[in-house]
Design a protein around this ligand. Structure first.
Ligand code: DON
Length: 558
């Protein structure tokens, strides 16, 4: 599908891709390398880096930087994320560059004098922003890369400086957010256009290009110190923001011990806390491992009921126990043990709906816009990255003169026990705000090994639905033997303990909804669940990359 008409200049010197005319590809088959991401220009950027001798890590860095330009709703340098890698030498690495609460943040910062939660402040504008981690995360990846950073960032600089043609959905999203861009900014950002945006318009981001050049020339200091830091702090001062110079200078990405667990003959590698996925995915996979889900069949009422009850149990634990391990003692070992999974399923009844009132967290002695991309190279490096500003365009606040959006990630903390965040998730002490603490996340970038070699590179955006979407995608492939496209595109569903209902996509079959209702479930239709990007590598080395049909997502490879 040709998605964009040609317009604007064509001389993007260092680009091997054409930002004024490009194609969305939902599936590619290659033998050398592939990228699947939320935007064709980002996927093509990653592949062009591999063609120039880069490995999957180089490609992931370049793809992430390109997304910060061509996919401003979620691609970012003002947010954070997680990267999970399986290197060709068999080493597993995870990098945590989740945002942190600024030093001046405190537990009750979003409560008014009566103690009421002010979600308007945790979700919008300057005060909603955590200290950005993405740039530190990119430099954390550099030690596994082959090419110089200057080469990896140049395509993003060119895309920002010369512009690129926007798609219809980008035009729609920018227009829909126009009022918020005006309300939450002290300097009108380039995202506001007189008369509105339409498909085929060119988006040029000169301030962002200059920020990227400072990062190219000065490394991490080009973001966390000097001119960019000054622009961030000045922006904070013009409104109610609290991020200061020390917050920026002190920010560090962390390499964390990956979560690795067995599912039947497969090995699954995923992100540990502050990703809740590192607890919930092993829990859910171990709860389903001994159940005859395959015999029940895909989207049969019995399979959906089983998976719903598993999701309910896992999310109840999320609300009570999960938060930043650097600040809160989370009983991870116990929560992710097979014995605990078996124990949690003891009261599972396959005839009727369970209840979130009676199913609390397990008893333990002693508590929407993101983007995912998957990368693989033929030497066997696999990279799974989920990164976010939290909501679409984050806080909607652009750093004046620096051209990038700030996240609204503070809302991922539990701002008051029991008060739902923008994804309806509740939390407690474990995820309360504290200075320097990382807010709990659902982002679950994951790699599956078969015979000890990368088999699947998987992940998705979608707030709290992320972990259930990854869970369902894995079950679709590992149990229901689905094609990659079906595993990605078939209807998904979601249960997160509270609210006690099953959310389903529009294409979820009506008769199954009825059967579930008869069992006592509340079934509610909602919008799309996730935008899952999967790379599958066959035993003979064939690389298949699939991009979710739910957006402009596009795969590239060779
Ligand atoms: O880290 C998290 O869990 C959220 N900030 C993710 C937000 C998200 O996926 C929105 N996307 N649709």
């Amino acid at each position: 599908m040709l998605c964009c008409a040609c317009s604007g200049p064509r001389s993007a010197a260092t680009l091997q891709i054409n930002p004024y005319e490009y194609t969305i590809q939902k599936k590619i088959i290659g033998s050398n390398g592939a990228v699947t991401s939320a935007h064709p220009l980002a996927s093509e950027t990653g592949v062009s880096i591999m063609k120039q001798g880069g490995n999957a890590i180089d490609a992931a860095i370049a793809t992430q930087l390109a997304l910060a330009v061509v996919y401003p709703g979620a691609g970012n340098i003002g947010g954070g994320g997680f990267t999970v890698m399986r290197l060709s030498n068999g080493t597993n690495i995870t990098i945590d560059y989740r945002e942190k609460a600024p030093a001046r943040a405190h537990r009750d910062m979003y409560l008014d004098k009566q103690g009421n939660a002010q979600t308007a402040l945790s979700q919008n504008g300057h005060l909603a922003a955590g200290v950005p981690g993405t740039v530190a995360g990119l430099f954390g990846c550099m030690k596994y890369a082959k090419l110089p950073f200057t080469k990896l960032i140049q395509p993003a600089i060119d895309l920002a400086e010369n512009g690129f043609v926007i798609t219809e959905s980008e035009a729609h999203d920018l227009n829909r957010t126009r009022d918020a861009f005006i309300k939450y900014n002290t300097v009108t950002p380039v995202f506001v256009k007189a008369g509105g945006w339409k498909a085929g318009d060119t988006l040029v981001q000169k301030d962002l290009a200059n920020t990227l050049k400072r990062i190219r020339d000065k490394g991490m200091a080009g973001f966390y110190e000097g001119e960019t830091a000054r622009l961030i702090v000045e922006e904070m001062k013009r409104a109610n923001g609290i991020i200061n110079y020390d917050d920026l200078k002190n920010y560090q990405a962390k390499e964390r011990e990956p979560v690795v667990f067995d599912y039947k003959s497969y090995k699954i590698i995923t992100m540990p806390l502050p990703s809740s996925g590192g607890v919930l995915l092993p829990q859910m996979m171990q709860m389903i491992e001994d159940q005859p889900v395959k015999a029940y069949g895909f989207l049969s009422a019995r399979a959906v009921q089983l998976m719903t009850e598993i999701e309910r149990r896992a999310y109840a634990d999320r609300a009570k126990f999960l938060g930043d391990l650097d600040f809160y003692k989370v009983p991870v070992k116990k929560l992710t043990s097979k014995a605990y999974a078996v124990e949690r399923m003891k009261d599972y009844n396959d005839q009727t709906a369970g209840s979130s009132e009676t199913t609390g967290a397990g008893l333990i002695p002693e508590s929407e816009e993101t983007t995912h991309f998957s990368v693989y190279d033929k030497s066997g490096n696999a990279v799974s990255v989920t990164t976010t500003l939290n909501g679409g365009y984050g806080s909607r606040t652009v750093v004046g003169g620096a051209g990038f959006l700030l996240n609204n990630e503070m809302d991922d903390f539990s701002i008051k026990p029991g008060v739902p965040n923008m994804y309806g998730a509740v939390g407690a002490d474990a995820n309360a705000i504290a200075p320097g603490k990382r807010m709990l996340s659902s982002m679950t970038p994951t790699i599956v090994l078969k015979d000890n070699k990368p088999f699947l590179v998987v992940g998705t955006p979608g707030g709290t639905t992320i972990t259930t979407s990854v869970f369902q995608t894995l079950i679709n492939i590992l149990e229901f033997d689905m094609s990659t496209e079906d595993a990605v595109n078939k209807p998904k569903f979601h249960h997160q303990w509270l609210p006690d209902e099953i959310f389903v996509e529009a294409a979820f079959p009506q008769p199954v909804r009825e059967q579930l209702r008869q069992m006592g479930y509340k079934v509610t239709q909602r919008g799309a669940i996730g935008r899952t990007e999967v790379i599958r590598i066959d035993a003979n080395g064939t690389i298949e990359a699939v991009a979710d049909k739910r957006g402009d997502d596009s795969a590239a490879g060779y």
